[in-house]
Design a protein around this ligand. Structure first.
Ligand SMILES: [Zn+2]
Ligand SMILES: [Zn+2]
Length: 75
């Protein structure tokens, strides 16, 4: 029995995902949206913005809102 639990797939995906990109669906320069939502149940889907989230595409899914996250290697 290892001491390290295997990370769930969605968590690995989350770590590799770049957030705060401009949303491709809502990239009006005046009202540009940044993608800081992430769906745990759609691990293949890119991050999306709050407008996308309100389209009920992920209704009933577990959606995470990401605040600024910084992942730095331990020295
Ligand atoms: Zn959007
Ligand atoms: Zn989803």
């Amino acid at each position: 029995m290892g001491e390290h639990a295997t990370s769930p797939q969605w968590l690995l995906h989350l770590i590799e995902t770049e957030f705060y990109e401009l949303c491709e669906n809502h990239n009006d320069p005046n009202r540009a949206k940044h993608c800081n939502f992430f769906c745990v149940d759609c691990t293949k889907s890119p991050p999306f913005c709050d407008h996308c989230n309100s389209n009920n595409v992920h209704k009933g899914h577990q959606v995470i809102q990401v605040s600024y996250i910084f992942i730095v290697p331990a020295s």
